[in-house]
Ligand binder design. Structure first.
Ligand code: CDP
Length: 224
């Protein structure tokens, strides 16, 4: 039996990849994996348990034993809803620090692959098309200028009542981009066979439509 098809959507922080991936998964009634939330969950659990961001062995053990539940749009860690806390800047920064550690990445590999179930999966992250699902039927690399990404994150965080500054967020995004791209293990980069989607001047609906059009064509051809 052939494995269920995967649509891989990768890209830098706040590029819109999560919203695009969720929109495509909903329109095509496919499963959805937000791989960044796994790195965020490891970071959150580590900070709660006082595990240092460079203690690779303990972090990998923690990544293997994570007790998590994805329920529609809510995420639970050991039964407690942590959805909002996961998106905060302290967890974002810590997640990108622990994501450089090869043993943490490999500890999360089989968990990510277990989301691949019929009728198919839309997976979003940094290395979906390059490492986790190299056989994805469609690979999209979503990007946008750092300024536009900082503005988007600013709006999201302000709406939720966080006190942040645009300058601070731009700095965070640049730091995270640098760390994600420079790391040796599964660095952020477009797969050789990925289509590049630059959303700087695009709306969410236009971005979703771009991916949907291509996804429908690919799925039709493999199901034919
Ligand atoms: O939404 P945003 O792009 O800001 O973050 P995310 O996708 O939730 O990812 C949080 C952090 O986890 C990133 O800064 C990456 O360092 C890391 N990550 C990763 O290394 N590999 C993935 N497949 C997904 C996220």
């Amino acid at each position: 039996m052939t494995a269920p098809p995967v649509i891989a959507i990768d890209g830098p922080a706040a590029s819109g990849k999560g919203t695009v991936a969720q929109g495509v998964a909903a329109a095509l009634r496919l499963h959805y994996l937000d791989s960044g939330s796994l790195y965020r969950l490891v970071a959150l659990k580590a900070s709660r348990e006082g595990v240092a961001a460079n203690d690779e062995a303990r972090l990998a053990a923690l990544a293997k034993s994570l007790e998590i539940a994805f329920d529609k749009r809510r995420i639970r860690l050991q039964g407690l809803d942590v959805t909002e806390e996961l998106r905060g800047e302290p967890v974002s920064a810590a997640a990108s620090r622990i994501a450089v550690l090869p043993s943490v990445r490999s500890a999360l590999l089989s968990r990510q692959r277990s989301f691949r179930r019929p009728p198919g999966l839309v997976a979003d992250g940094r290395d979906m098309g390059t490492v986790v699902f190299p056989d994805a039927v469609l690979k999209i690399y979503v990007t946008a200028s750092a300024e536009v990404r900082a503005e988007r994150r600013y709006k999201q965080l302000i709406e939720k009542g966080n006190s942040v500054t645009l300058e601070g967020l731009l700095l965070d995004i640049r730091e995270r981009d640098a760390r994600d791209s420079a790391r040796a293990a599964a660095p952020l980069k477009a797969a050789a066979d990925a289509l590049i989607l630059d959303t700087t001047d695009m709306t969410i609906d236009q971005s979703i439509a771009f991916v949907l059009e291509r996804a429908k064509a690919v799925l039709k051809s493999i199901r034919a």
